[in-house]
Design a protein. Structure first.
Length: 130
């Protein structure tokens, strides 16, 4: 197991996060999914956490994240959802006409510390074939 550290904390906090567009509408298509991934990686780089694996389906997004306890997984997911909603609606005007807001207020997060990382990664990679 590889740990991350800073001046005061050594940790390995990996989480599986799932979130959906508002009303679970299948709008993550036609390049929106790829742009969402780019924006999410930019946010991760800015905030200092890692996105290990990510898959965007038409109606939801799965991510395997590693965020330290000082940042908090909730803050990381909330920032990704907020930035992707803003940037995608600005870049794809048809999204504004389709739904009043892109992001729903809820998301699901579970720790993957008990499962081997390879299993969690494979689960997210295989989402498109489900």
């Amino acid at each position: 197991m590889k740990c991350k550290s800073n001046d005061s904390v050594v940790c390995s906090c990996k989480h599986h996060a799932v979130f959906c567009p508002k009303c679970r509408r299948p709008v993550l298509v036609d390049g929106v999914d790829e742009r969402l991934k780019e924006i999410a990686l930019e946010v991760a780089d800015e905030m200092g956490f890692d996105i290990i694996e990510m898959e965007a389906m038409p109606g939801h997004v799965h991510m395997l994240l590693e965020a330290g306890p000082q940042l908090g997984i909730h803050r990381a997911v909330k920032r990704i959802k907020g930035r992707t909603s803003h940037d995608l609606r600005a870049g794809f005007p048809w999204l504004r006409a389709r739904i009043p807001a892109l992001r729903a207020s809820s998301h699901s997060v579970s720790s993957v510390e008990g499962a081997p990382l390879a299993v969690a990664r494979q689960c997210i990679e295989n989402q498109k074939s489900v």
